[in-house]
Write a protein that binds this ligand. Sequence first.
Ligand code: A2P
Length: 269
Amino acid sequence: MNDAPAPAAPVIPAAYFGEQVTWVHHWTEHLFSFRCTRDTAFRFRAGEFAMIGLMVNGKPLVRAYSMASPPWDEELEFLSIKVQDGPLTSRLQHIRVGDTVLVGKKPTGTLVTDNLKPGRTLWLLATGTGLAPFLSLSREPEVYDRFEKVVVAHTVRQVAELAHRELFEKDLPEHEFLGEMVRGKLLYYPSVTREPFRTQGRITTLVESGKIFADLGLPPLDPEHDRVMLCGSEAMNRDCKAMLEARGFEEGANNAPGTYVVEKAFVTK
Ligand code: A2P
């Protein structure tokens, strides 16, 4: 008989759920996705973020991560960079199926449809891991009830960083339940800045030149009908804000809906 005590389950601080990793996918050496179980008490709105991380030396080590999965999904999904000397992502990049991750119990954020006035076209402009909240929003049926068109514009340095390209180009339009709603409404517009691709250049350049509108067959951004969500680096957010405000867009916030909202793509270490 083996009398050795079973290894102690990790003690999860009260502010977090301890969830089990169910899937990990490495897109590039700098970018990966993972999914985990979801407590039935964890409720969020598409576009929100929560504190996510690991127990390290008996303490929570967490960062803000947008949920990439939609609220109806029974699991949670996240998109993360990997930084070799980043306190969290140097560790998180090694998670495997069955490992425990921390999920903060209080999701929040500004990239929610309630913070936007009603409009015709919803523009979701992301760079890098800023795509995460838009992966959630573009799989949320309510978004398609509110808007006639939903554009996901994702700009990255290299083609390999166009995470979830297949989701937008194939899986969503063919999806059993969402397909019919998405087809003809969801427009995916990937662009790449540092190697050849069918669309090259920063989102700011593509808007200023009018190329994105010509390519998509949509009129130029107008605060009368268009609503915009921004999620990228500080530089991208700053330049896009200036570009939108020059066109008469006004920033929205909780309890004060506007014609655009912004949040930085959080995890940088
Ligand atoms: P670029 O290659 O021209 O810098 P990063 O990895 O640095 O966050 O960049 C992700 C993507 O965002 C890159 O394609 C990058 O283009 C683009 N980008 C960086 N800064 C800005 C900005 N100020 N406005 C728009 N796009 C930007």
